[in-house]
Each structure stands twice: as structure tokens, then as C-alpha cells.
Write a protein that binds this ligand. Structure first.
Ligand code: PLP
Length: 380
């Protein structure tokens, strides 16, 4: 049968005859202790020591000044875009090759995603695609950059570091600075990933991380907004706590806010998991190195981190030769109880985003037919 050696190799790596998932969490640190602490303290909800501690830890790790813990990464992106100044009817530049949450967060704000191509090497938003789009459609006005075809303001750019591989940040920063467009980094997949020694999520005006169950660090559900701008941080806290104005006993709310704060119960897990981030990263790096050696013998391309970057190897992936090969790889592995999964369908194929602007999508289309994620969990 095809891909038999691959199936055997993965089984050996995970030392099991049972089903092998793509990414399963491990809780071998202080998870139990910290969760019990929240119960003993009765502070299980959105006020508590672990919420504050998780924010401090994430600011430190991501090399930013301030963080806001939120219920999940999607909610974090939704608020981050509002912090960046997005208004209803505006446009936001992003990539079609992403998890659906990126586009949804734009849509929740009443704005329209503009889907541009990714680079082949990073699988993240292509600075050249952004530059080409702006050269063709952008118009500099006093209040910012507008799309001269639609008349809408282009209020933000949301690049995403696919599977934890950092995209070409220097070039993107340059283009966005040129056009005066703030960057909100979707760093949901890139906790522990660095570009030229600096943590992803710290390059844009705002960065957002996720602690969903399948991410490198999990709190069941959760997310984190990070920024170096203290005013945005304060507004972020305000908006995620129902925009309540501090008062000893009265209910005072000065705008429409959200109940998006992370509960202390979940923050306890974040803290315990973040304590193990370095060991998770090292563990995954070893697996990636083993995969790289093995897949070379199979003539299959295993995606490795690029020069000047450090990837977290959150979800590892191979690149098959064509759609047919991809499909037989998916079939052979999944039939053998080894979970593998193709990269996402491009967003403009989904019914709710079919009407959105898209460019040529040369690289995104190529990758869509070839990239497959393989089991990437931290191994005990
Ligand atoms: C996981 C993820 C999110 C959303 O995070 P949740 O915590 O699941 O809401 C957003 N963007 C990308 C690219 C993701 O992978």
C-alpha cells in the first residue's frame, strides 16, 4: 500500500497502535494545582490572580508591554480590529489562506475582508501582493488609505503566521507603513515563533494569540491581545469588560462593550501551560527534525522554518506533488487511524465570503492543493 513507510514512521514516533490525532494537549505541569487554587479561592470568573498573571506572562513571552486575556482568539481579533480603528463599512486586507476565524472577526465588525495572496515560502500574507493591490486600488487621503474602486477606507491589515511559520514581516511592515495602514497580527498559531529574534505578535500595532484546545498551549478556550500601546491596552480591557466605568456600587457603562474577559479558571490553565512552553517547543522541534530526515528519504517535502526565523512547529506539514498525491496521502493515513488534514479551503470559496475581493491567489491556490498537516503533538 502507498505511504506504508510514512504510516509506520509516524506510529513509531508516537509509540501507539491507537488513533493518532493531529494535536493533543498534555497536562503534566501545574495544571491541576492551579485549577484547584481557583476553586479554593472561589475566584473562578473573570476577576482573579491567574487572569492578571497570565497577562503578565504573555506580555513577557511576546515581548510586548501589555496584554488583555479574553475568552478566545476570535473574540480577541474582533476587539483588536476595533482598537485599530475599524469602522462598519471599512475594508481589511487579509489572506484567503487562513482559518475562518480571521475573516469572521473582520465581518463581526461590519467590515469587508479583502483576500490577497500568500507567499509560497512562508504561506503567510505576501507583502508584494499587498503592495500590488495598494498600487492599483489605494488612494492616500487625509484620514488614511481608501480603496478608490469601492470608496471604502482600508483600515487595517491582518496577516497570519500559518502553522507558526513567521511571514515576511520586514517587507510587510514597510508596505503598511508606506500606506499608513495599521497591522493587527493574527498570531493565533505562532506562540513561540520568532522573526529575526523578535516574537511574532509584537510587530503589529496589536497581536492576538489563541489558547484553543488544539493550539500549542491551551486553556480549553482562551485568547490574548498584546500591544505596546498603553492607551489601546486600557481601551481593550474596557471593551472586553462590558465597558463598565469603575464605581464602588453603581452600574455605569459608557459605550457598547463585550463580555469577553477570560475566566480565572481558564487563566489557571494558561499559566500552568505557559510554564512549559519552552519544553513543548523543544519537544516539537525534535519531532520536526526527525520528520525532516525521514521525509527526505521518501522524496516528500517537509516544511521547515526559513532563515532568520524560528518556527514553533505548531502544526507540521508536508507538501505533496499535486492534488492526486495529496488525496491519496490523506486517504492512506486517515484509513490507518493517523489523522492528517489538508490546509484550509481558501476563504472566498465559502458561501459567506464569495462576494469579497480577491487577487490572483497563485500561491494560495497552489498550496491549497498540496499542503497536508501531520501529527504534531508534544510527545510524553
Ligand atoms: C485558532 C485560530 C483563531 C481563533 O482562535 P480561537 O481561540 O479558536 O477563537 C484565529 N485565527 C487563526 C489563524 C487560528 O488558527
Amino acid at each position: 500500500m502507498a505511504f506504508q513507510e510514512t504510516i509506520q514512521f509516524i506510529r513509531d514516533k508516537f509509540s501507539t497502535k491507537e488513533f493518532i490525532p493531529l494535536h493533543a494537549p498534555v497536562f503534566n505541569g501545574n495544571e491541576r494545582k492551579y485549577v484547584m487554587d481557583t476553586l479554593d479561592s472561589t475566584f473562578v470568573s473573570s476577576v482573579g490572580a491567574f487572569v492578571d498573571l497570565s497577562e503578565k506572562m504573555m506580555a513577557d513571552i511576546s515581548q510586548t508591554k501589555k496584554a488583555v486575556a479574553v475568552v478566545n482568539g476570535t473574540a480577541g481579533l474582533q476587539i483588536a480590529l476595533q482598537l485599530a480603528g475599524l469602522q462598519r463599512g471599512d475594508e481589511v486586507i487579509t489572506q484567503a489562506l487562513s482559518f475562518v476565524a480571521t475573516a469572521n472577526a473582520i465581518h463581526y465588525n461590519g467590515a469587508e475582508p479583502v483576500f490577497l495572496d500568500v507567499d509560497y515560502d512562508t504561506m503567510g500574507l505576501s507583502p508584494k501582493a499587498v503592495s500590488d493591490f495598494l498600487e492599483e486600488f489605494g488612494e492616500r487621503r487625509e484620514k488614511g488609505t481608501y480603496n478608490k474602486r469601492t470608496g471604502r477606507k482600508i483600515s487595517a491589515c491582518v496577516p497570519m503566521h500559518t502553522f507558526g511559520f513567521p511571514l515576511h514581516l520586514d517587507d510587510l511592515l514597510k508596505v503598511c507603513k508606506d500606506w499608513n495602514i495599521p497591522i493587527v497580527e493574527d498570531a493565533a498559531e505562532s506562540l513561540g515563533s520568532y522573526y529575526k529574534g523578535k516574537h511574532t505578535g509584537s510587530f503589529g500595532q496589536i497581536g492576538v494569540f489563541s489558547f484553543n484546545g488544539n493550539k500549542i498551549v491551551t486553556s480549553g478556550g482562551g485568547g490574548m491581545i498584546v500591544t505596546n500601546d498603553e492607551d489601546l491596552w486600557k481601551l481593550g480591557k474596557h471593551l472586553t469588560t462590558t465597558a463598565k466605568v469603575p464605581h464602588p456600587y453603581e452600574y455605569v457603562h459608557d459605550q457598547i462593550g463585550y463580555n469577553f474577559r477570560m475566566p480565572n479558571l481558564n487563566a489557571a490553565l494558561v499559566c500552568a501551560q505557559l510554564e512549559q512552553l519552552q519544553s513543548f517547543l523543544a519537544n516539537k522541534r525534535q519531532l520536526a527534525a526527525d520528520y525532516a530526515v525521514f521525509f527526505k528519504t521518501q522524496g516528500i517535502t517537509f516544511r521547515k522554518e526559513l532563515e532568520n526565523t524560528q518556527a514553533n512547529y505548531w502544526l507540521m506539514c508536508v507538501e505533496l506533488e499535486n492534488l492526486e498525491e495529496r488525496n491519496s496521502f490523506l486517504k492512506a493515513t486517515n484509513n490507518s487511524k493517523i489523522m492528517t488534514r489538508p490546509i484550509w479551503q481558501l476563504m472566498y470559496r465559502l458561501p459567506m465570503y464569495q462576494h469579497c475581493f480577491k487577487d490572483g491567489q497563485k500561491n494560495a491556490g497552489y498550496l491549497e492543493e498540496r499542503i497536508v498537516n501531520i501529527p504534531s503533538s508534544v510527545r510524553n
